[in-house]
Structures are given as C-alpha cells and as structure tokens.
Ligand binder design. Structure first.
Ligand code: UT7
Length: 332
C-alpha cells in the first residue's frame, strides 16, 4: 500500500484588533521602546479585549477563515487539535468548545499543552492521524490568549506576549508534498525557568496563590534564552542534516517568534539568507502556540507548491523541535 502523506491544504488566522504598543507599556511599567525593540524586536502586540472572551473565540474565526478558503463547511472536519496553554477552562478542551461554537458536529478534538511548541507538536500528531488513513480532514490550531496569564506589573514578561490564533487544514496529499519530517524534543527539568506556579493539582487556586500572583506566567529570561538558541538552532540544523539538505534548499524558515535574536541565531546556524525568514514579532509579539501558523497565514501567498520550509519552535516545558514541510499548493 502506498504511504499517505499529510499535506497542509489551507491556512487561517485571527488577531484581535486592539494594539498594545510599546508607548502604552511605557505608561504601565518602567520600560522603554528602545529597550524592548533592541532586546526582543517587538513594537506592538494584539490583545483580546472584552468580557467573556477566551481562546476559543480566536480559534473560531481562524478556522472559519480556513474553511472559507478551502470551500468546505464545519461539518466536514473529522478532528480538531488545539495547541494552547491558555485554554478557555482547565476542562473541557478548547477544541471541544471551539467545535461546538463552529458547528463542527462530526469532529472529535482535544488540546495539546506544549507551550510555544504547541503548534509543532499538534501538527505532528495531526499528520499522524492523516497518515494512518483513518481521517481525511484534521484541523490543527495554535492559539493563545496570553493576556489572560500575563502580569501587567512585571516588566520582564508583560512586554513579550500577545494574543492570536492560527490554523491549518491537513488532508491526504494528492502527491508526495506535505509534512515530511519532524524532530521534536522535551526536557521537563526546564520547568524551573518557565511555568505558571498555581492553578494545577500541585498547587490549587487559593486566596494565597492569587495574592502571591502565582496564576501568572513566570519566566527567568536568560536561561530560557540560552536553551532556546541552542534548542531551536540544533533541531533545525539536525533536521536539515538527516534529510540531506542545506540552507540553500530551504525556501523559508518559519520560526517561533519569541525573540528576534533567537531567530537570527537559528537562521545563522542553518546557513540561511535572512530574507528567507518569516518575521512578524514586531507586530504581534510572542503569541505562544500561534506564532508559527500566524506566519504561514501572513505569508501564504508567497508560498509555492514544492517549497521546502522549516518550522522551528522552543518553549516552556522545555519543549522544542523542527518540522520539514513541502508546501502543497499555490494560491489563486
Ligand atoms: O517563547 C517561550 C520561550 N521564551 C523565550 O524564548 C524568551 C527567552 N528570553 C528572552 O528573550 C530574554 O531573556 C528577555 C527578552 C526575556 C530578556 O532579555 P535579556 O537581554 O535576557 O534581559 P535580562 O533579563 O538579562 O535583563 C537585563 C536588564 C535587567 O536589569 P539589570 O539587572 O541589568 O539592572 C532587567 O531588570 O534589563 C532589565 N529589564 C528591563 N528593562 C527595561 C528587564 N525587563 C525590562 C524592560 N524594560 N521591559
């Protein structure tokens, strides 16, 4: 029997309208535009404003965008996987909630918690479902409402994060183009440097945990930075090597957008021309699981059938990795 390859056949995205600029952050914490831009590359981020809105409210328009482009309806979706660390609720899964809001009546779904690598992990799992031959249409989403877990009095983290959602549709490839290889890693000892202390079974929510601000994301930036530079660059380099490719063979690097300096180091290690690197960190900040699919969403028209692209991420866990994709379609 011929091996089935999972191909990305459509991309959708959504970012909230409100722009939180560096100038506004200067009025909230002791920071400045120059520091933020030079240390991270970020100028503004999008924030989901309004009562009663959660991550699923960004997943829904992102998936609707994708369905419209592909000319199919929500009932055609077999399965939805949402990579997120900011689910609407601890349970049920945001995928379940989003399927209900979309009217995806025939889909089953679940969330994957892998922080900034959430989309890469979800994509690999989704591709495996397609490769098994059992499923024909799997929607993979990376979505985070980071503003829900950011302490806007902590200048070390509040300048970094934004909200957004990006989604891709996976289908059996008409030819051999699609998800070709994936190199994923995790190391739980990294939890010391990037985590949310309370709200889980280890430390359930209490008045004390709220008073101690333990429901916000905590990051010790420097050790994460060092591990991210090494992890993302090594995974991308090793992925190229084991597929007998060099930077010249790659049309685009689609990196997780945590810090421009980490991205530059990864491109450099791959021997890649900086013009082949997708970058939207200056406008969206770090949207955690959404950064990579939001890049694909913005660059979709510049991608051509057969283009080899490398998706690379590093995040809390630690989790990291790189995925090799042969783009499967031209727009138009
Ligand atoms: O996406 C998940 C994975 N996350 C990452 O990949 C993030 C990795 N880490 C980073 O990108 C960087 O570590 C940060 C951007 C978070 C921080 O940059 P840094 O160059 O590592 O700065 P730092 O934490 O070493 O801080 C340097 C100085 C400190 O002051 P002192 O101790 O030298 O006086 C900080 O207090 O900068 C200060 N600082 C700030 N100053 C102005 C920290 N935050 C700010 C701020 N504005 N917002």
């Amino acid at each position: 029997m011929q091996k089935i390859t999972a191909a990305i056949t459509a991309v959708g995205g959504y970012v909230p309208e409100y722009k939180l600029t560096n100038a506004v952050l200067e009025t909230m914490v002791d920071t400045n535009d120059e520091w933020i831009k030079s240390r991270t590359g970020i100028q503004e981020r999008r924030i989901l404003k309004g009562e009663g809105l959660g991550t699923s409210d960004m997943v829904v328009p992102a998936v609707q965008d994708l369905l419209k482009k592909r000319g199919i309806g929500p009932e055609d979706i077999d399965c939805m996987i949402v990579g997120t660390v900011t689910p609407d609720m601890v349970f049920p899964a945001t995928a379940n909630i989003a399927c209900d809001k979309l009217g995806a009546k025939n889909a089953w779904g679940f969330d994957i918690s892998a922080a900034c690598s959430g989309f890469l992990y979800s994509l690999t799992v989704g591709a495996t479902l397609i490769e098994s031959g059992r499923y024909k249409k799997v929607v993979v989403v990376g979505a985070d409402k980071m503003s829900a877990i950011v302490d806007y009095t902590d200048r070390a983290t509040c300048i970094l994060f934004g909200d957004g959602a990006g989604a891709v549709l996976l289908e059996p490839s008409a030819d051999s183009h699609g998800i070709k290889d994936s190199l994923l890693k995790s190391d739980g000892s990294g939890r010391e440097f990037l985590h949310m202390k309370a709200g889980g079974s280890l430390k359930p929510a209490s008045h004390q945990t709220v008073d101690a601000k333990e429901h916000f994301a905590f990051q010790d930036g420097q050790p994460v930075f060092k591990a991210a530079v090494k992890g993302m660059a090594d995974a991308s380099f090793d992925l190229l090597q084991r597929n007998n490719l060099t930077g010249d063979d790659i049309a685009w690097l689609v990196p997780h957008q945590a810090n421009k300096r980490i991205i530059d180091a990864t491109a450099n290690r791959m021997g890649l021309d900086p013009n082949k690197v997708m970058l939207n960190i200056e406008r969206f900040g770090n949207t955690t699981a959404a950064t990579i699919p939001l890049c694909l969403w913005e660059w979709e028209k510049q991608l051509h059938k057969g283009d080899k692209i490398v998706l690379a991420a590093f995040g809390g866990g630690f989790t990291w990795g790189a995925t090799l994709v042969e783009w499967a379609y031209n727009t138009e």
